[in-house]
Design a binder for this molecule. Structure first.
Ligand code: AHG
Ligand code: MN
Ligand code: MN
Length: 349
């Protein structure tokens, strides 16, 4: 051994420190006074499922997984895509990992499904999800997403979960978020204390904090609606769309609500799915599309209302697969729309 000692280099603070989703979730646990780690486990389960679904979405063009599942259709009569079914199965499998979820409800299943207990552990949460949102985009290589909502059950933890555990207004969500499988894959969620986004770094297989404390712009220059249905919209909605056009707002519509909402969260704007003749109560599902996205958008400073101007998060759900109209996005634009609805819906047809 040499008698001369080498001087160790000074370790400087790492300005490029990576914060992974798992680390962030565990660190955030201390923000909750009575945290027991249950929610932490659930969010981690969802993170794992997102990575598995992402892997399949990314190779969708390569394998025979693209296309419609054989003869399958879901409860709303939509054709099910193979990836819808795959994503549904993976989410259910992963939500069994931590043993924190007692039951799930999905766009792809008619009824709620109980999750087997892990040992004698009592689980207090139910999870609702749209496993693949915008799935008609898959075959054409356009972004899709996953949406999730987590509620604390109302029924006693000793017994099986009940439908009523799922039929809670959105304001009672304890956490909600989405995964967008886009040019990069990002998981965005809120536990009611702001919104954070984590981009998947495929080289290390980790979601890394990339969008800290996301805030939606107060206003924006984009509106997002299926303008092909213009003639089927009510007068107030047609007048509002005319106004957007008069103001030279750009029209952007991806056909995957997650993708449209993510753009609006970052750039500002408004997303509309109003009443049409085919879907008088709106097309989108309250419990696993509108509510979780309204929770995230409100937590980022935005607003979400239905065509009757009721706050989405205050609607008392009656059915698992209930539909709702929705206007969601930057607060100034949602207020602008409100003024149109108040002014024109009172007029005779
Ligand atoms: P899903 O693929 O889960 O059925 O959801 C599709 C939804 C939503 O993501 C999108 O905004 C909307 O349907 C598009 O509907 P239109 O084709 O009627 O515009
Ligand atoms: Mn959907
Ligand atoms: Mn779907």
């Amino acid at each position: 051994m040499s008698t001369t000692t080498k001087k160790s280099p000074e370790i400087k603070p790492n300005a490029n420190r990576i914060i992974t989703l798992d680390e962030f979730i565990i660190r955030s646990e201390k923000d909750f006074e009575f945290a027991t780690g249950e929610l932490t486990g659930l969010l981690r389960d969802i993170g794992v499922a997102a990575k598995i679904v992402n892997r399949e979405v990314n190779k969708a063009g390569l394998v025979s997984i693209v296309g419609e599942a054989d003869g399958a259709s879901n409860t709303s009569g939509d054709t099910q895509q193979k990836l819808d079914v795959y994503a549904n199965e993976k989410l259910i499998e992963c939500l069994q990992n931590s043993g924190e979820c007692c039951a799930i409800a999905s766009e792809e299943n008619d009824d709620i499904q109980l999750i087997p207990k892990v040992g004698s552990k009592q689980s207090h949460y139910v999870v609702l999800f749209d496993p693949l949102d915008g799935s008609s985009n898959i075959d054409v290589n356009v972004s899709v997403g996953t949406i999730f909502a987590i509620y604390r059950r109302k029924s006693p933890a000793e017994g099986p979960a009940q439908l009523d555990d799922f039929l809670q207004p959105g304001i009672r969500q304890v956490a909600a978020g989405y995964v967008l499988y886009g040019t990069s894959t990002i998981l965005v969620y809120s536990t009611g204390r702001g919104v954070n986004g984590f981009t998947l770094d495929p080289s290390i297989g980790e979601f890394c904090l990339s969008h800290r404390n996301m805030r939606i712009p107060d206003s924006g220059n984009y509106y997002s609606v299926n303008q092909g249905y213009y003639s089927k919209f009510d007068l107030e909605m047609r007048r509002y769309i005319d106004h957007c056009s008069d103001q030279n707002y750009g029209l952007r519509y991806i056909g995957s609500m997650v993708s449209d909402i993510h753009r609006i969260l970052i750039q500002g704007g408004i997303f509309l799915y109003p009443s049409t003749r085919k879907f008088p109560k709106g097309k989108l599902r309250l419990l696993y599309e509108c509510n979780p996205l309204a929770f995230v958008v409100e937590q980022a400073g935005g607003k979400a209302v239905n065509a009757q101007l009721k706050r989405i998060l205050d609607i008392e759900p009656k059915e698992l697969h209930q539909r709702s109209t929705i206007a969601i996005g930057s607060p100034v634009l949602v207020d602008e729309l409100k003024a149109f609805i108040e002014r024109y819906s009172a007029l005779p047809l």
